[in-house]
Unconditional design. Structure first.
Length: 275
C-alpha cells in the first residue's frame, strides 16, 4: 500500500478510536472493547472501500454497511463523524436524552446509519435483504455486514448465510470480528463457533482471512471479496478487543465498561501517540 494512503488510514483509525473514547466516557457507559477492535476495518471501509456520499446519506446507489454487532455503535458513530456525516462534537452526546446517537444504531435519526441493529443475529439478515434488493433492482452497490464472534453463536446468523448462498449474493461481504472475547468471557469457553472455515464453506460461502489491524491485509481481503462471483464472501478478521489502549487490550471487562477520568486521559494519550 502506498505510504500516503497508509498514513491516512492510520490517522483516521486513530480518530475513530478517539471518538469511541469520547463517546463512551461522556456517556459513562457503552462498549469500548468491541468498538476499538473494528476501528481499522471501519477506517478502511469509510475512507477507501465503500462508495458513499456524506452529503447525500440516502443516495440510492451507495454501498451499505450493517453493523450487526450493534453494541459497537460508538465505533460506527466515530467513523461517520470522521467521514463528515455529522460534527465530531456530537460524539460526546452518546446515550444522552434527546441525542441522535443512541446506544445502538438508529437509521431513522442518525445520518449515515443504514440499518437499526442491536438484537444480535438480526443485522446480517437485514444485510441479506439489502443485497437481494440490489440484485432484483439491477443495482451494483455492495453490502457489508460486521458480525461479532460471540454473535456468530446465534442460529439466525447461519440461516442468513444459507439464504445468501441460495440467492448467489456475491454483492454481500460479511466480516466476522474475531477478537475472541464476549461479555461472558472467552468465546472458546461459551458456545465456540470456531473453526469457521469448514462450516462457512459448507454453508456456501467464500472464506477469506485477514489481520484486522494490518491495512495491507485488510485491503487484500476486501479486494479478493470483490472478485468472487456467485456466492457471498465471509472475511474472518482476527482482531484484538480494546485495540490501541494498553489496559483494555484482551481484557473482557472492557466489553461493556466506561473508563473513568484518569483512565480516559491515559487512553487518549496512548491513541494520540499513534497519530
Amino acid at each position: 500500500m502506498e505510504a500516503d494512503k497508509l498514513a491516512l488510514l492510520k490517522h483516521q483509525a486513530a480518530r475513530i478510536r478517539l471518538g469511541i473514547l469520547d463517546g463512551v466516557h461522556g456517556a459513562g457507559s457503552g462498549h469500548p472493547g468491541g468498538s476499538l477492535s473494528i476501528a481499522d476495518i471501519l477506517s478502511y471501509l469509510y475512507f477507501e472501500e465503500m462508495r458513499i456520499d456524506p452529503a447525500n446519506p440516502t443516495w440510492e446507489d451507495r454501498d451499505r454497511l450493517v453493523l450487526s454487532k450493534g453494541h459497537a455503535a460508538p465505533a460506527l458513530y466515530a467513523a461517520l463523524a470522521a467521514r463528515g456525516y455529522f460534527p465530531t462534537e456530537k460524539l460526546t452526546t452518546l446515550r444522552q436524552v434527546d441525542s441522535f446517537l443512541q446506544g445502538h444504531p438508529d437509521m431513522k435519526h442518525t445520518p449515515g446509519v443504514d440499518m437499526s441493529t442491536g438484537s444480535l443475529g438480526q443485522g446480517i439478515s437485514a444485510a441479506c435483504g439489502m443485497a437481494l434488493a440490489a440484485k432484483v433492482d439491477g443495482r451494483d452497490y455492495r453490502v457489508y455486514a460486521i458480525v461479532g464472534d460471540g454473535e456468530s453463536e446465534e442460529g439466525q446468523v447461519w440461516e442468513a448465510l444459507m439464504f445468501a448462498a441460495r440467492y448467489d449474493l456475491d454483492n454481500l461481504c460479511v466480516v466476522i470480528d474475531w477478537n475472541g472475547l464476549q461479555i461472558d468471557g472467552p468465546v472458546s469457553e461459551i458456545v465456540n463457533p470456531a473453526p469457521y472455515d469448514g462450516k462457512l464453506a459448507g454453508f456456501g460461502c467464500h472464506v477469506v482471512h485477514m489481520d484486522a489491524h494490518d491495512f495491507d491485509s485488510i485491503a487484500r481481503a476486501f479486494d479478493e471479496a470483490k472478485t468472487v462471483k456467485g456466492k457471498p464472501t465471509v472475511i474472518i478478521a482476527t482482531s484484538v478487543k480494546g485495540k490501541g489502549v494498553s489496559y483494555m487490550e484482551n481484557q473482557v471487562k472492557w466489553h461493556g465498561s466506561a473508563p473513568n477520568d484518569q483512565q480516559y486521559a491515559q487512553a487518549v494519550e496512548e491513541i494520540k501517540a499513534q497519530m
